[in-house]
Design a protein around this ligand. Sequence first.
Ligand SMILES: C[S@@+](CC[C@H](N)C(=O)[O-])C[C@H]1O[C@@H](n2cnc3c(N)ncnc32)[C@H](O)[C@@H]1O
Length: 241
Amino acid sequence: MITERNHRASSPGQKRLCYPASQEWCQQTTFGGRGITTERQLCVRNYLRFFNLWLQNPTHIGAVVPSGKNLAAAMAAEIDPAAPGAVIELGGGTGSITAALLQRGIAPKDLVVIEREPSLCEIIRKRFPDIRLICGDARELKQLLAAAGITHVKAVVSGLPLLSLSKEVERDILHQCFAVLPPEGFLMQFTYVPRPPVGRAIAAELNLAATRTAWVLDNIPPSTVWIYRRRADEVDLKQSA
Ligand SMILES: C[S@@+](CC[C@H](N)C(=O)[O-])C[C@H]1O[C@@H](n2cnc3c(N)ncnc32)[C@H](O)[C@@H]1O
């Protein structure tokens, strides 16, 4: 959002940290003049921490910068805040998608974020003290949710870098997700490549149908959002079991 203050501060001649229009909350951060506000300072520090983590372990982090606002909003729009059950966010990062889910109207007590990297957990805890944060590995999702007493899940929203994970890890995580989802539940995943993010063999094993729900061209990098659901015959089987 460009506030009047931001607008004035970004007048010609001042140095500006340029993020694309939708890249979360440190857009229009300025140096000089009034200086950097504490909130913006914090935001830039979070971006730098994310980038540093990516430098240390690119395959684990999977992105150079956190998701932009439009991508996060496109994902959050797919969730019905009125439906009962918890929303599980995998790979919370600095909290871009978490913020959009809360803005969408998901109650903080119904939002469970799983993030493996302790320094990112610290950022999320500070930004969103009321949500349920689990600092742990998505490969152990079932066990983590059981230990936290979470029994009814309506959707899993994944920010995990699925494409940079090994097939073995991807398979484990996907199986865990569909073990905690009820027959009508779904998994949402964004990806930077044009093809579906879940490997074909794994989708077949779990009998999943994929639907592309959004293209977000102004994200860095441009992204698409996919939803995976059990195919109708699988749902029938599960419901009659
Ligand atoms: C591409 S970043 C996305 C961050 C954030 N959701 C966003 O959209 O900006 C992937 C995140 O997944 C986390 N991650 C990767 N593997 C994980 C795992 N097995 N369990 C939990 N978190 C994981 C990384 O630490 C990183 O924060």
